[in-house]
Design a protein around this ligand. Sequence first.
Ligand code: 4AD
Length: 459
Amino acid sequence: VLKEDASLPKAEKITIANKDVALGEGEKKGARVKVSGRIHQLRTQKQVTFITLTDGYGQLQCLLQGELTRTYDAMTFALGTSLTLYGELKKVPEDKKAPDSRELHVDYYEVIGSSPSGEDAITNKVSHAQNQWDQSMLDNRHLVLRGDHAAALMKLRAHTEWAFVKTYHDMKFVKVAPPALVQTQVEGGATLFNVPYYDEKAFLTQSSQLYLETVLPSLGNVYCIEKSFRAEKSLTRRHLSEYTHVEAELDFIDFADLLEHLEEIICRVIDAVLEDTEMAAFLKELNPTFQKPQRPFLRMKYSDAIEWLNKQDPPILNEEGNTHVFGDDIAEAAERRMTDIINRPIFLTHFPTEIKAFYMKKDPSDARVTESVDCLMPGVGEIVGGSMRMEGYEELMAAYEREGIPAKDYYWYTDQRKYGTSPHGGYGLGLERFLAWLANQHTVRTTCLYPRFMGRCKP
Ligand code: 4AD
């Protein structure tokens, strides 16, 4: 059994991120520290055991020598084992590699929680060779999240969300928290999740847009970062049942203002992410060729996109296998091919009324189309959907009628047109899609902690 040498100085408790500790070098003694974490990598040689310890803040190379390597505990070390290591922090010789320039020369340790080796070992449950969106990897998502790749993505995600909060705050937008349990639809009945609500019927929200609109008069420009839910029946790379929706609504603007604001928010968020050296390093690893988008983004009208698709050689066809005609939905495959070929952010604008949501404002110069925009990014396609909103009371009532929406349930939304209407618009950005683009992910499934999509509601 291992005993701590009582003659050694008392160890100072640190986390791996703590860089403010004296390092030993040559004759000079380094600080004696204790640091808790889990074994992330393990390499055993005859007289030396190398541990890469992780504590969520960073990774530290640790060295055990001599009798420390011969205890029962040391022989049963495995990936995941949690322990507290005591020892001297030393500078790593220039010619040696380590996660940072320090290594811990361990003089004592305590195992906190062992982890299995053999059949049950973490390495047998998750494999870096596999795609992290494989079913078995998703079943073991809780262990996948211990890996470097997933952890970097989750940190990047956290930071990106913070960058949105910061940027909106700097732009004087007020954050609100609309409800998730609702009794109205925003984006069509086909993707509503029903939930029993006492003696009533309710849905999980598809979008907080309608609620954001209601507070423009008193709060000015507003935003929220909330979950949205869609009962999507298709399994695609970019559809989730539950996703994080960054939504904003702007008052007294026109369509050009909306597009300009969108460019601004996207670029400022990217700047705020890249400003952080740790995030910039993650991004470099995840997406080595990433380049900040150039402003202005390409603006392309829906009708021009239809023409563009048909002009390709061979033409890019619609889902029925025909050339596109005005009024067709530009489906995911066609949209993505177009975006990949053009290979820069696109604002696709002025969609026909029939294929867009009930609330969208018509283009005053062409009644067939709406003042609507999708922002398309290479590799993913649509990451943002937005529009100007109908201002007129009668027009909105007619839109309910057209869509078969019971106007009475929307009285609170309609009232915005009754009590002092205004030209306003907004958008929703799917955080997972934004991240899939930013970090070059094959699918949005790896950009969420525990993805939800048709057929998966665990872990
Ligand atoms: O285009 P959508 O449906 O627009 C709205 O919901 C508006 N009411 C938003 C608003 O104006 N406030 O969705 C907006 C964005 C999409 O561009 C996409 O990024 C994301 O939400 N999104 C999804 N992300 C993952 N999985 C799904 N099933 C998604 N559906 C939409």
